[in-house]
Design a binder for this molecule. Structure first.
Ligand code: FAD
Ligand code: PYC
Length: 416
């Protein structure tokens, strides 16, 4: 990896990219790989990286229909936290949190992980009971969390309207101080560069159009550029997962919905944490550039169009202005949408499938960015061994048949 001195950086900035090194190769696919990952988002790239780095499986390809990190990875609002209610999910997200804490050093790429604290506001007595319960459960699992009363919230977020005159007055909050944000593109690029350096082939602009099977065992993927052989295949395609399952010949309990976000014009630093409200229903943080990063729930209809409807934008901004009247004159700069893969219990599916050697990692819905390193790590372990990692086992597809659901709608942060 080339490193530049300050002068070198200056010189190369004037070279019209001529001397810039590629971050990763652009290889031709080999006839056969030990593992093929379908989907070059953060989760797919992290899986490939850990396969090569920790599990000694280097003959790996990531096949991406567009460009690396161009799906939900590039479209999310980057909130990272591990304050989920049930043991199974709390342990999985906390596994990710621990990896986040060393990630920039591990992949030698600054992912700008900033543990600035995540508040989840309570506006009703029931909200506060839920917050007490979730924080207690977190602490029993060794995960940091605090319950704050209204005065403590107001002291920490002085510009939020904590008066009693609002539609849903703030009664308190949970605060996870280790939670925060990270730079989404850097996560994809950092994992991609590190995986490439370990020999992983990153194959872009190549769409998987089918799965080739022999006697119920997957032996590779059909693509718009031809067949690529694979001894094991891991599908990590987020909002496209229902469609991929159909191509493989089975059904997944996934609904694909648009989820939107907005950023404002850049303003002076005003918000130094992440603030989320389920009841008023909006969330906000501020990027290092100064933009306010804002979102709320999914659009109610299913679809694959990566945009969203005006009523959701209006509802989101109403909620934000209700919480922060001081922001009412700030102008919005951009809005966009991604397609999130929601499941009936708001938990992911990390699982074997009816097709032997074909594994799926999906259903992260509105909340998978925070899981990226942990999801990649446990999926890599599962693909390397052909057996699901202990942390992944509760998230098998068969929970929708045997009833062992893990209901995380309350902790999901945004409604769906
Ligand atoms: P993606 O990044 O979507 O990657 C999947 C890839 O698969 C895509 O690049 C796609 O092109 C590729 N693909 C699909 N089909 C094929 C095919 N046939 N062949 C080859 N490649 C294919 N989560 C949080 O934790 N915190 C947040 O604050 C947060 N905010 C969000 C805000 C918005 C607006 C959205 C849309 C999502 C948000 N999320 C958040 C959710 C989070 O973005 C996702 O759960 C996560 O990024 C999923 O990562 P991924 O790598 O699985 O998916
Ligand atoms: O899961 O914390 C979350 C989240 C915030 C915004 C979208 N998802």
């Amino acid at each position: 990896m080339q490193r530049y001195s300050g002068f070198g950086l200056f010189k190369h900035s004037l070279s019209h990219n001529e001397n810039w090194q590629r971050m990763w190769r652009n290889p031709k696919p080999k006839p056969v790989y030990d593992v093929i990952i379908v989907g070059g988002g953060g989760h797919g790239l992290a899986t490939a990286y850990y396969l090569a780095k920790e599990f000694g499986v280097k003959n790996v390809a990531v096949v991406e229909k567009g460009w690396l990190g161009g799906g939900n990875t590039a479209r999310n609002t980057t909130i990272v936290r591990s304050n989920y209610l049930w043991d199974e999910s709390a342990m999985l997200y906390e596994h990710a949190m621990k990896l986040w804490e060393g990630l920039s050093q591990d992949i030698n790429y600054n992912v700008m992980f900033s543990q600035r604290g995540v508040f989840n506001l309570g506006h009703t007595l029931q909200d506060m009971r839920d917050i007490e319960r979730r924080v207690s459960a977190n602490r029993l699992n060794g995960i940091d969390g605090e319950v704050l009363n209204a005065q403590q919230v107001s002291d920490l977020i002085p510009f939020m309207d904590c008066s009693k005159n609002t539609r849903y007055p703030v009664m308190g909050a949970s605060l996870q101080r280790r939670g925060g944000v990270a730079r989404h593109d850097a996560v994809a690029w950092g994992y991609a560069r590190a995986a490439d350096a370990l020999g992983v082939d990153l194959i872009q602009q190549t769409e998987v159009t089918g799965f080739r099977k022999e006697n119920g065992v997957v032996i590779g993927v059909e693509t718009n550029k031809g067949f690529i052989g694979g001894k094991r295949v891991g599908v990590v395609t987020a909002g496209n997962s229902g469609h991929m399952a159909k191509l493989a010949g089975f059904r997944m309990p996934i609904e694909s919905h648009p989820l939107q976000a907005l950023v404002s014009e850049p303003i002076k630093p005003i918000i130094d944490s992440v603030i989320m409200s389920n009841a008023v229903h909006g969330y906000i943080s501020q990027s290092d550039k100064g933009d306010l990063v804002i979102g709320a729930g999914i659009d109610g209809y299913v679809g694959y169009g990566q945009r969203g409807s005006y009523p959701t934008i209006e509802h989101t901004l109403q909620a934000i202005v209700e919480l922060f009247p001081v922001l009412s004159r700030v102008r919005m700069n951009r809005q966009w949408g991604g397609i999130v893969d929601t499941t009936p219990d708001a938990c992911p599916i990390i699982s074997k499938t009816p097709v032997q050697n074909l594994f799926f990692n999906c259903g992260w819905g509105t909340g998978g960015f925070k899981a990226t390193p942990g999801s990649g790590h446990v999926f890599a372990a599962s693909l390397a061994k052909g057996e699901m990692h202990e942390l992944a086992k509760p998230f098998a597809m068969d929970r929708f048949y045997n009833g062992a659901l893990i209901d995380e709608h309350g902790a999901a942060g945004v409604a769906h």
